[in-house]
Every structure is written in C-alpha cells, then in structure tokens.
Design a binder for this molecule. Structure first.
Ligand code: GDP
Ligand code: GDP
Length: 437
C-alpha cells in the first residue's frame, strides 16, 4: 500500500516547523522567534508505532509574492490535495483568531480526516485553554507542546488511527515511473505523448486515497502494466501555487517516493542548469532507478558530435549518476519515445536483480586478484565473503576483517566489478561492510 501522507497546516508562528522537526526527530531546521523563518526541510519520512508515513510542513511552501492570507489559504489547499490526514495546528496561548477561522473554512471542504492540535500547551494551566478551540468544529482538540515534545505521542496515535485502511484488492505490481525536472523541460508533453498512444488505461487512480492523478495503463507491445506517477500536478494544471519552487520540489519528492524508476528530464535547448542537478540529486539519493531523458532533441542544430558532446557533459556534471542510461527524445516529434517504457522496464528488472552468492564469490576472487585489497596502517583489508541481502536497490553485504579498511575507492572498485559482470544499468548499488566475528 502507498505510504500515507500527513500534512501540517495552520497560520504562521503556531509551531508547525517545530512540531515537524520533533516528529522527524531532527532539530535541523532553525526555529526562531520570527514568524515565517525559512525552513530547510518541508518533507520527510517518519514513523510511529511501526507505521510509516510521509510528513509535509505546508508552512515551508512560501509563496512570497502572495499576501499572507492567500498563502495560508493555498497551504490549506495543498494539504487537502496532497495529504491523507491533515493536522490543523493552532496556538493555545491565544484564543481562536480570524486566520485560524480562514484555515478552518478551507478544511471544512474536505472529507479527509482533520485532527486539531493545540500547540504551546506547555503546562497544565495552558492545557485548560484548549476548550476554546472546540468552536473550530474539528472535534476534540489535542494539547501538545512542540518545544517540549509533550502530547505528540497522543497526537500521532490519532493520526495513525485516521490512516486510510489497507486496500482490499490484490497488490499492485505494475511498474511505477515518473518524469521529474525543471518547469518547461517537457514533462507533461512526454506524459501525454506516451499516454496518448494506443494505451489501454486501466484506471486513473483518483479519489482513492488522495487526489493524485496517477495513471495505470497496459502497454500492449511490451505486455506489461505501468503506472505513470503524476509529478507537477501535470494533469490538473491551473492551481495558483503550482509554479512555486518549493511546491514543485515537494511534488517531485513525493513522485520519486512512489516510483520504481525516475526519468530525470533535461531540456536539450537549454543545456544543464543548477536546478537540474538538484532534481537529479533527489532521485539518486532515494536509491531509485534513474534514466536521464534529454528532451527537445528536435530543437537542436546537430552535427555528428552533438549527441556525444551532450553525453560527455552529462557524465561530467552528474558523476554520481554514472549508472543512469541517457536517452535523447522529442515529445513533439515522437522521437525515441517507445524507448522510454523499454528502458524503464529494463532498469526495473535490474533493480530487482538477485545474484547467487556462488557467483558473487567468484567475482570477489577475480576482483581481489586484479586489484589486491589495500593495506592501511600496516593492516590489510580481508574480504571473506559477499552476499546479496536486498533488492530495490541491489544491496550486498561484504564480510571483512575490519570495516574501517574498506575505503570508498575499493568499494567503488567492487561496485564497478559488479556492474561489469552483471547488468545493473540504471540502478544504484549499495555495499555494506560487516565485520566477521
Ligand atoms: P510555524 O511558523 O507554524 O512553523 O512556527 P514555528 O515552528 O516556527 O514556531 C514559531 C515560534 O513558536 C517559535 O518561536 C517557536 O520556538 C515557538 N514554539 C513552537 N512550539 C512551541 C511550544 O510548544 N511552546 C512554546 N512556548 N513555544 C513554541
Ligand atoms: P513541463 O513544464 O516540463 O511539463 O513542460 P511542457 O510539457 O509543458 O512543455 C513546455 C514547452 O516545451 C511546451 O511549449 C511544449 O510544446 C514544448 N516542448 C515539449 N517537448 C518538446 C520537444 O520535444 N520539442 C520541442 N521543440 N518542444 C517541446
């Protein structure tokens, strides 16, 4: 089942960011006595009682050119669009304000569960004031203190209880993929070109748990089911907030989370930009399969070197993505679009590849004879055994005499050996050293 999404909403300065950081157990974000301080993270995975969820701090989605009242309303709408459960936060040190009521009015429109948290209830006296907030109409207020961390356990109990119940139908084993990238690189054109063909749409997964418009379809040529994960609200454009940078980052992170394979789209006309690197970094860090799609290839004046030069630039600027295949497409002219689902399938299979231990240990013997293990401070690294412990992405444990001796360069050498021997194109590989007892 999809991991549920929980959104924190409320007017500025009620403590959303403080509570966000408490829940994800990190105190990274700077919380100051200034309303609307910039946050470094607005999206994270968290868990409570063994239940995983994704948490969004809508307060971090700033829309600086909009007046504050509009921003607050947009944030509440984002919560309704994106979340399965909404936590509405108010400040218990005041009574209900006009802005709280504005937020409430928007939240009345959703059928999704809304849980009311009264923050800054730092002591028993303050916990008495929560009753004022019944008037907002969201049932029992939950007193919490973000700065002290109290009450959050009870709040999360309520949140977890409100999660959508497990889907009754069988597991969805379609291949999930998405297009991410800067605005205007051609993501929605690619989506439409691929879905526009003679695909049989199985379902628009709308209205089930959230309003995301992920599309499941059957590809007759490949005889496979795919789910195209909607990224930038591609197929329901027209919301006021959709062009804000933070919102598109949020959508990208959420799409990556749900995907098996992520297509990072670049614009051939414009070349590689800083923002492309950030976007690609998210995909890489998530351990997903990655394909680099250079779109608008039709719009470029080309000679015999153009493709190779572009490829070199990509390899140079995205060194951590050396495993990702590169595809040059035109959504408008239909160039090489059929390669996209083919490559997605290939990368998906590679991400699920399992290698038998016997073959891994043959590889290890060969590898250590080509490049003897390093000696550090007079001590030689010994690798006894290697075994695959996970897929998605393929993860290998190597049993060694001392973890500290397995340096990055030798680890990279082993990864390269794995890639030379088996097909892991498009997927990251992880190596975990374990000290043999
Ligand atoms: P946001 O704008 O809703 O994200 O609010 P912040 O998390 O930035 O918090 C606003 C201010 O309230 C900061 O000065 C926090 O230190 C303070 N604050 C947050 N939670 C609590 C709390 O539980 N008790 C008290 N007394 N102050 C808090
Ligand atoms: P998105 O913001 O990434 O979803 O980009 P869009 O799909 O909306 O495309 C932005 C613009 O680029 C539109 O005007 C498209 O017609 C154009 N475009 C998209 N793909 C191509 C392509 O392959 N070649 C050319 N020449 N233009 C394209």
């Amino acid at each position: 089942m999809a991991v549920p999404v929980v959104a924190l909403v409320g007017r500025p300065n009620v403590g959303k960011s403080t509570i966000f950081n408490r829940i994800i157990n990190e105190r990274l974000s700077i919380v100051e006595d200034t309303p609307g301080v910039t946050r470094d993270r607005i999206y994270a995975r968290a868990s409570w009682l063994g239940k995983e969820f994704r948490l969004i701090d809508t307060g971090g989605i700033d829309m600086s050119d909009e007046p504050m009242t509009v921003q607050i309303k947009n944030q509440a709408e984002i919560a309704i669009d994106e979340a399965d459960v909404i936590v509405f936060i108010v400040n218990g040190q005041n009574s209900v304000t006009k802005e709280d009521e504005d937020v409430a009015k928007i939240l009345y429109r959703t059928k999704k569960p809304v849980i009311l948290a009264v923050n800054k209830a730092d002591n028993p006296e303050q916990r008495q004031t929560i009753y004022d907030f019944y008037s907002l109409g969201f049932g029992d207020p939950n007193p919490v203190s973000g700065s002290q961390g109290t009450g959050l356990g009870d709040l999360l109990d309520e949140v977890v209880k409100a999660f959508p119940t497990e889907d009754t139908h069988e597991v969805d084993d379609s291949i999930k993929f998405s297009f991410i990238g800067r605005p205007n690189v051609g993501k929605s054109s690619l989506v439409n070109a691929i879905l526009g063909d003679d695909r049989v749409i199985v379902s628009n997964m709308e209205g089930t748990t959230r309003d995301a418009i992920d599309t499941k379809y059957y590809d007759e040529r490949l005889e496979k089911e795919f789910t195209m994960i909607d990224t930038a609200g591609i197929r329901k454009r027209g919301k006021v907030y959709e062009n804000t940078e933070k919102y598109s980052v949020l959508r990208a992170l959420s799409a990556i989370d749900k995907s098996d394979v992520v297509c990072v789209v670049l614009n051939a006309e414009e070349g590689i930009r800083e923002q492309d690197k950030r976007v690609a970094g998210y995909a890489h860090n998530a351990g997903k399969g990655v394909i680099i799609v250079v779109n608008k290839w039709d719009a470029l004046k080309k000679d015999t070197h153009t493709m190779r030069d572009f490829e070199n630039q990509i390899r140079d600027q995205f060194q951590y993505l050396s495993y990702a295949p590169i595809l040059f497409t035109s959504a408008i002219k239909g160039q090489r679009l059929e390669k996209i689902p083919e490559l997605v399938t290939k990368v998906y299979d590679n991400r699920h590849r399992r290698i038998q231990s016997a073959m891994l240990n043959d590889l290890l013997l060969r590898a250590t004879s080509i490049a003897p293990t390093p000696v550090v401070n007079g001590k030689r690294l010994r690798i006894y055994y290697m075994t695959q412990v996970a897929i998605q992405p393929p993860t290998f444990v190597v049993f060694v005499n001392d973890n500290e001796l397995l340096h990055f360069s030798y680890e990279r050498f082993l990864i390269n050996q794995l890639r030379d021997t088996f097909d892991f194109e498009g997927t990251p590989i992880k190596i975990l050293p374990r000290k043999r007892k």
